[in-house]
Design a protein around this ligand. Structure first.
Ligand code: GDP
Ligand code: MG
Length: 291
């Protein structure tokens, strides 16, 4: 058997653990994770090389009904993931409601692509409940493996990996063996800050925020990074900064520590908050932010 390669696109509802699963399979935290829906806004590639295979994962935003321009663009990333996949990895979790109400599943079925179902978060479940859930998914996708996993506990991800490799088409690698992702350092710097904002603020704040990396200078022992936190309203600016700057300082420290880990280098991080009214609605601004 020759070399196998293919695109495995990760699709599913918000918050089921798509990004956590991709990070575990890739072995690097490429995609940010939080308990909030719509954490992932872009499509992010993670590349894994084995002895005779290469898997190109794409993590995508969760399936949603768009309410504003930004979400329209996010859903575009999800839809494109159905057109260029060799394998669709549909992630669900043990809490997902009746799948027969999920319109998107019909589109996945109709795509004719090989589908692998991963039922995540089984650490929160019991055997009896899990058997029912697996049964249910088998009846919807009779030709697909249904694999229970726990991304957080690293349980059964090897079985998931084997199911993927089995279904990869024969092909030479698509990417150089030392390439890990399609995104640049600037992107990851922005995403790390966005994750810390998701984890530190409640309500609509994280959904109103976009991070722009103003400058990213790689020096010999240091990455010097300057970022703008865009918000949509004046009132949000104060909330982001916090009393005497305490919140912004906390977010800055947490971001810097994670960046140093990710870039394996010291980081000097500077951040400013700016009100950019309605950035989520303006096509030209969205384009500048990479949507
Ligand atoms: P996504 O929106 O589908 O990409 O989901 P995330 O990867 O951002 O994860 C959403 C939340 O579920 C986060 O709080 C994760 O820590 C949590 N999570 C992910 N995998 C597991 C798991 O296997 N078990 C449990 N208990 N929680 C998980
Ligand atoms: Mg995600």
């Amino acid at each position: 058997m020759g070399h196998k390669s293919g695109f495995v696109n990760i699709i599913g509802n918000p918050n089921v653990g798509k990004s956590t699963i991709m990070n575990s399979l890739v072995g690097e935290k490429l995609s940010i994770v939080s308990p909030k829906a719509q954490t992932t806004r872009h499509r992010i590639m993670g590349i894994v090389n084995g002895k005779d295979f290469q898997i190109v994962y794409s993590d995508t935003p969760g399936i949603l009904k768009p309410r504003y321009e930004l979400q329209q663009s996010m859903m575009g990333f999800v839809n494109s993931a159905l057109t260029d996949a060799d394998i669709v990895m549909y992630i669900t979790d043990i809490t997902e409601k009746d799948p027969s109400e999920n319109e998107y599943l019909k589109r996945i079925s109709l795509s004719g692509l090989p589908v692998i179902i991963a039922v995540n978060k089984i650490d929160l479940s019991n055997q009896a409940e899990l058997e029912l859930i697996v049964e249910k998914w088998h009846s919807i996708f009779p030709d697909s493996p249904v694999i229970p996993v726990s991304a957080i506990k690293n349980f059964n991800l090897d079985v998931l990996l084997n199911a993927i490799v089995e279904r990869l088409p024969e092909s030479p690698p698509y990417f150089p063996l030392d390439q890990l992702t399609d995104k640049y350092d600037r992107f990851f710097a922005a995403e790390i800050i966005r994750e810390k904002i998701l984890l530190n603020y409640r309500k609509e704040i994280p959904y109103s925020v976009e991070i722009e990396i103003e400058s990213f200078k790689e020096e010999a022992n240091l990455n010097r990074i300057s970022a703008i936190i865009h918000v949509t309203r004046d009132s949000q600016k104060g909330i982001i900064i916090g009393h005497k700057g305490s919140m912004l300082k906390k977010v800055g420290t947490e971001s810097r520590i994670e960046m140093e880990d990710f870039f394996r280098k010291k980081v000097f991080l500077e951040m400013h908050v700016k009100v950019t009214k309605d950035w989520r609605e303006k096509p030209n601004v969205l384009k500048r932010f990479g949507y």
